[in-house]
Design a protein around this ligand. Sequence first.
Ligand code: ATP
Ligand code: MG
Length: 224
Amino acid sequence: MIVIRDLVKQYKNKYALRGIDLDIRPGEFVFLVGSSGAGKSTLMKMLYLEERPTRGSVYVAGIDIGNLPPSKIPSLRRCMGIVFQDYKLLQNHTVYDNIAYVIRTMGISSKEIETRVMGALKVVGLEDKYKSKPSELSGGEQQRVSIARAIVNGPPLLIADEPTGNLDPKNSLEVMQILEQVNQRGITILVSTHDQNMVNYFRKRVVTLNHGQVVSDREAGTYD
Ligand SMILES: Nc1ncnc2c1ncn2[C@@H]1O[C@H](COP(=O)(O)OP(=O)(O)OP(=O)(O)O)[C@@H](O)[C@H]1O
Ligand SMILES: [Mg+2]
């Protein structure tokens, strides 16, 4: 699903990534860990092309995204869902509209949109909140809405950059459990986190970055 070779990202005189090699197979659940500044967010930005690599290659779902022309970026984003620490929901729109806007440009009927939006809300257990505004929801609920938004168009890959960074332990666990359920539906998941307890509890593959390099990569790993 993801193939990264000798990926380097340089910001002016600072190297954020120094030669990353990483393979993530379809259907995997991978935790990306490492101290602040290790390069986790930068690596994720390379995958959704928020930033371009300085050197090296990145393939996502068979697409050589390092050389992807800007006109193709929207179609790349359609094959991955992205979840952020701060949810990035539209505050003046309902939960329903926050999710529906992702698929409204796809030329499908409003009936089909409704089926898909309510289906995504069911996955995250928030069908009854479809009329609410984000400000009427808890942080954990807002993050679940952002997961519903990320999966509504059925992407093969979901990338989450510190999805539990603003949540308490109970909500963090719920969000991780939902990501695990999403993974069980066959979606490949890459999650960055600082949450040691969560990593140790779930026992997934753990890739550790330090100073822009992969320093360990373990199946059923723990946070060290
Ligand atoms: N736009 C930028 N310009 C210059 N330097 C940057 C930029 N973005 C990131 N960096 C630097 O690259 C390094 C990696 O940053 P990155 O945000 O990827 O770390 P991180 O592992 O996500 O950290 P955190 O856990 O705090 O989110 C840091 O030293 C950071 O200061
Ligand atoms: Mg980060």
